[in-house]
Design a protein around this ligand. Structure first.
Ligand SMILES: Cc1cc2nc3c(=O)[nH]c(=O)nc-3n(C[C@H](O)[C@H](O)[C@H](O)COP(=O)(O)OP(=O)(O)OC[C@H]3O[C@@H](n4cnc5c(N)ncnc54)[C@H](O)[C@@H]3O)c2cc1C
Length: 602
């Protein structure tokens, strides 16, 4: 099957020629798998994406969910597609066999899920959230909670959400006020309002398992007093039977720019509309220990952040493939060197400026996919590397890369969608082509799961300084290892290695200068520029890695494919990496312009 969702050839290159995913099958966890089973999973995901997710992508956008008599109504194709997906068992692709999973490497399941995100990101959001929810409970829930809530999620009978945000507390979770009152039977009753909850209400599943951050009265203020609770929409008996409605109610749906097929909700907990055991209050079950909620939620958020980067990549990727197909068939204008109006017009792909827009997209989306899959591979290393030191190393590197894997694709694959619209000309601005929807859908990604600004604070404020700077040092050392290999490879790779080596040194110098200022306000005022500069250097590294593989592969029947990889790497180093020069100059200051700006001067 060949679709305009993701390129199978590129996935083969990344998974097999670069990341050597089949090698993972030498490890006990993945011993049941082989390259053939990986290919089967990719085939299956692509088929489900093409046949069941893509066909209603536009309908989910134009006929968004509505509330009707207190119930959410949406187009039936969403439920039908999700039932097909549940039947594939792919939701639990990476989970343990003991809970019904396939124990597939993360790097492969991330690639497979990418097809669904590219085909229809709003329908894919329901299993995406459910998976994150289930993985969190597998890590921190009790065995009984896993039986009661995770198993039905794995079977596709229950869906999950994550309820962090409140109307007054989005980026600042320290300020949440939802409270959880302990009950004599060990459960809690929750009272409060949660805003922006994706998948917060619908009739796609038998039940919805909300994971809710709330405060137990008397706990410490700020993030140290936040606990995590399971709050099902419908109460579940110990034997798994569904009981009464819990006291969680839908106040309304938010009407969004994109991602419209995913319900986005304002939910009230404990309003007294439903009264379990005759009393107001949403019944909730504490996960793990009290006051550990944010740390536990980070388990889900880190996974979700890489998943957001993957979703942004998928949207950028499909937009690129669609604009490429368009550019090959749209005839317009003639070459500069031959303007004879009596000869037919040429396809727009013949114009260098259109090729620039396509090359930019190619370098963003294939660079982002490489980064996202590299992170998936690190997750597999973290879980299964035979040497504990390698596991610890993978964990640290992944922690360091997470804000970049979330933010870089969210920024640059959105830019790719913008270029995909531009390649379509006026047609791109209409709703007759998919690319405008991809852009609107993708516009969410720099906002949710921690905004771009919050990721920047995370990278410079926490990750670059954690463990005395060990995470940053590891990242730079890992990039330098690629630089050394490229030096030895000689030729163009060595030339690009010189550029990358200089950029890596500039990251180290900028970090020292920023924190050396002794003024955290000044340092963190530059966090956004730092995130963007480091992100570009990291993706340049991804491109040098790909160039080395392409150079080693030579050509043969796939000569054009490898030439395309080399040209995109060249493009990234010539057009993109140099953008970081002025950014590092600012960081070296460190620049004070934003700090010195006064509110009254606007
Ligand atoms: C479609 C959609 C789906 C969502 N799904 C969910 C969900 O399922 N569950 C959930 O819990 N939440 C969800 N969210 C909420 C989302 O995570 C928040 O919108 C996001 O965290 C930002 O919070 P906010 O909207 O309150 O913006 P604010 O926090 O008010 O931020 C506004 C601006 O100020 C900046 N800013 C804020 N604080 C700082 C600071 N300290 N330093 C520098 N800059 C700062 C931000 O970067 C941003 O640019 C969703 C949001 C949307 C739009």
């Amino acid at each position: 099957m060949s679709s305009t969702l993701l390129s199978r050839r590129d996935l083969r290159f990344l998974l097999y020629e670069w990341l050597d995913a089949p090698r993972l099958t030498e490890r006990p966890r993945y011993a049941e798998h082989s390259r053939e089973t990986f290919d089967d999973v990719l085939d299956l995901a692509e088929r489900v994406a093409v046949e069941h997710f893509a066909p209603h992508n536009r309908a989910a956008d134009t006929s968004e969910p509505v509330v009707d008599g207190g119930r959410v109504r949406m187009i039936p194709q969403v439920k039908a597609a999700l039932q097909v997906f549940a039947g594939t068992g792919l939701l639990a692709a990476s989970m343990d066999e003991s809970v019904g999973g396939l124990q597939l490497p993360h790097v492969v399941s991330a690639a497979a899920f990418g097809f669904l995100q590219a085909a229809n990101v709003s329908t894919a959001a329901y299993p995406f959230l459910t998976l994150g929810n289930a993985n969190l409970l597998l890590a921190h829930g009790s065995a009984a909670q896993v039986d009661r809530f995770v198993r039905p999620m794995v079977e596709g009978r229950f869906f999950g959400t994550m309820c962090l945000s409140e109307p007054q507390a989005g980026s600042s979770l320290a300020d949440i006020t939802t409270r959880a009152e302990p009950q004599t039977d060990g459960s809690h009753r929750l009272f409060g309002t949660k805003m922006w909850i994706s998948g917060g209400d619908h009739e796609l599943a038998e039940n919805i398992v909300h994971l809710v951050l709330a405060r137990i009265p008397g706990g410490p203020p700020g993030v140290k007093g936040i606990s995590l609770f399971i709050v099902p929409k419908v109460l579940v008996g110990e034997d798994g039977t569904l009981g009464a409605r819990n006291d969680v109610v839908l106040v309304g749906l938010n009407h969004k720019m994109g991602y419209r097929g995913t319900t986005n909700t304002l939910l009230n907990f404990g309003e007294g509309v439903h009264r379990p055991d005759g009393r107001a209050g949403a019944v909730g079950y504490l996960v793990g220990e009290p006051h550990q909620g944010l740390a536990q939620m980070f388990h889900m958020m880190n996974e979700a952040r890489i998943g957001v980067g993957a979703g942004a990549t998928a949207l950028g990727y499909t937009g690129y493939l669609k604009s490429l197909a368009y550019a090959r068939q749209r005839a317009q204008g003639r070459p500069v060197a031959d303007k004879d109006p009596t000869v037919p017009q040429v396809p727009i792909v013949a114009h260098p400026d259109v090729r620039r827009m396509l090359l930019a997209q190619k370098s963003y989306v294939e660079g982002a996919l490489a980064l996202v899959l590299y992170c998936g591979r690190l997750l597999d290393e973290e879980k299964t590397a035979p040497d504990p030191a390698d596991r610890a190393r993978a964990h640290l590197l992944l922690d360091m890369l997470t804000p970049i894997a979330k933010s870089w694709p969210s920024q640059w694959c959105l830019a790719a969608n913008d270029l995909a619209i531009q390649v379509h000309g006026g047609y791109g601005y209409t709703r007759d082509y998919d690319v405008e929807q991809h852009w609107r859908d993708n516009r969410l990604n720099p906002i949710h799961e921690g905004t771009h600004g919050i990721q920047a604070l995370d990278l410079l404020g926490r990750k670059a300084t954690m463990e005395g700077g060990a995470g940053l040092e590891l990242l730079l050392e890992t990039i330098r290892a690629t630089v050394s290999r490229a030096w030895k490879a000689d030729g163009e790779a060595a030339e690009l290695a010189g550029q990358l080596g200089t950029a890596v040194d500039r990251i180290a110098a900028a970090t020292r200068r920023l924190w050396g200022s002794g003024d955290p306000t000044l340092a963190l005022a530059n966090a956004g520029v730092y995130l963007e500069a480091v992100g570009h250097v990291v993706v340049a590294w991804m491109w040098l890695e790909q160039l080395l593989v392409a150079d080693a592969a030579g050509g043969g029947a796939d000569a054009d494919f490898y030439a395309g990889k080399r040209q995109a790497a060249r493009y990234f180093f010539r057009y993109e990496l140099p953008r970081t020069g002025p950014q590092f100059d600012l960081l070296d200051g460190p620049d004070r312009t934003t700090v010195d700006m006064r509110d009254s001067w606007f």
